[in-house]
Design a protein around this ligand. Structure first.
Ligand code: 8YV
Length: 339
């Protein structure tokens, strides 16, 4: 009897999802959430056929070098800037991510941040919890925020999540602008009621600017001091994409000096560290990278990662056809090698 393939799961996952894996493979699942060093990653990956990893796990040449057993790395996230896809492909290792299943939850959350930042939900809640309401003689003109309805929403990066955010804007009677590498098909533009503009116009006209673009070296500090300077001083910036797309120091300065109205951030440069100046400001809503964290969506993400692993290892209905492979050509190469 041949030994079962071995799979390392780098983050604690839902037990029933792990049980699906365990039907076919030997599972080594981390029971505690923690960061792995490159050395730990190298050692763990050397002894397994597949791995399910999180965004904090950087999978690059340094941790893959010399491995012959590893066949698939499934990322728990749609963004995969933690994976060096070229290195994985060079090593003949399939990589996968978790698109689609999180689109609507992340779009919901972008709206949660827009509304919370515009209407000062975080700051007023902190004030209430601090016991400041009784005896404060709250004035009729205290806690004034910015209306969301009827404003101009700008979306930078118009993939599936951006489109989900745009579709929701119809209920708020907003004017929707977007900027993207390529223009959307006309039908999708019509569905989203969104108009393509260049980046400068997007910055200048948006009352709300939501960032949903992938993190690539070119997108680092796509919103820095020069871009912030072009935005309306009342504008609200929302980032549900990746830390590092915004220059957090420049953002903190703009928020502090009243050059920007407010911000809602789910992601940070160097997270889990948050720029200390952001922590001091009341006109920014800060969340710990939870945009996809609804029960259904996190389960769907975990299940999709497991689907990819099982399919890549030749199990189940999708055997040989991992549903969301990032470098499917690896499979063709492998098949050609065997033949
Ligand atoms: C994370 C995300 O995967 O999908 C992404 O790219 O950033 C999130 O959904 C999630 O927070 C788990 O770390």
């Amino acid at each position: 009897m041949t030994a079962k393939p071995k799979v390392w799961v780098a983050r604690p996952l839902f037990p029933d999802v792990l049980a699906r894996l365990a039907e076919h493979v030997e599972v080594d699942a981390e029971a505690v959430e923690r960061r792995h060093t490159a050395d730990e990653l190298r050692r763990k990956l050397a002894g397994v056929d597949a791995a399910v990893v999180g965004l904090a796990d950087r999978i690059d040449e340094a941790v893959l070098e010399g491995h012959t057993r590893l066949k698939v790395v499934a990322n728990l996230g749609v963004g995969f800037n933690n994976l060096d896809l070229d290195a994985l492909t060079r090593h003949g290792i399939l990589a996968s991510n978790t698109p689609d299943v999180l689109t609507e939850s992340v779009a919901d959350f972008a709206w949660a941040l827009m509304l919370a930042a515009a209407r000062r939900v975080g700051a007023s809640e902190r004030w209430l919890r601090a016991g400041q309401w009784p005896g404060s003689h709250m004035r009729f003109d205290d806690w004034l925020g910015l209306d969301v309805h009827g404003r101009t929403l700008g979306i930078l990066g118009m993939g599936r999540i951006g489109q989900g955010i745009a579709r929701r804007a119809a209920g708020f009677d907003m004017n929707v602008l977007y900027h993207n590498r390529s223009r959307l098909p006309e039908m999708v533009e019509r569905e989203c009621k969104a108009t393509l503009v260049d980046k400068a116009e997007l910055l200048r006209r948006s009352d709300f600017l939501v960032l949903v673009l992938p993190f690539t070296p070119e997108n680092r500090h796509a919103i820095g001091a020069p871009e912030l300077a072009r935005m309306k001083p009342s504008a609200v910036l929302v980032n549900v994409a990746r830390g590092g797309i915004v220059d957090d120091a420049a953002l903190a300065a703009a928020l502090r000096e009243g050059r920007l109205g407010a911000a809602g951030l789910d992601v940070f440069e160097g997270e889990p560290q948050v720029h200390p100046e952001l922590l001091m400001l009341d006109n920014v809503v800060l969340c710990p990278h939870i945009a996809s964290a609804s029960e259904e969506t996190r389960r769907a993400m975990a299940n999709l990662a497991v689907d990819n692993v099982l399919a890549a290892l030749g199990f189940g209905e999708m055997a040989g056809k991992p549903p969301t492979a990032l470098n499917p050509a690896v499979l063709t190469h492998r098949a050609a090698h065997k033949a």
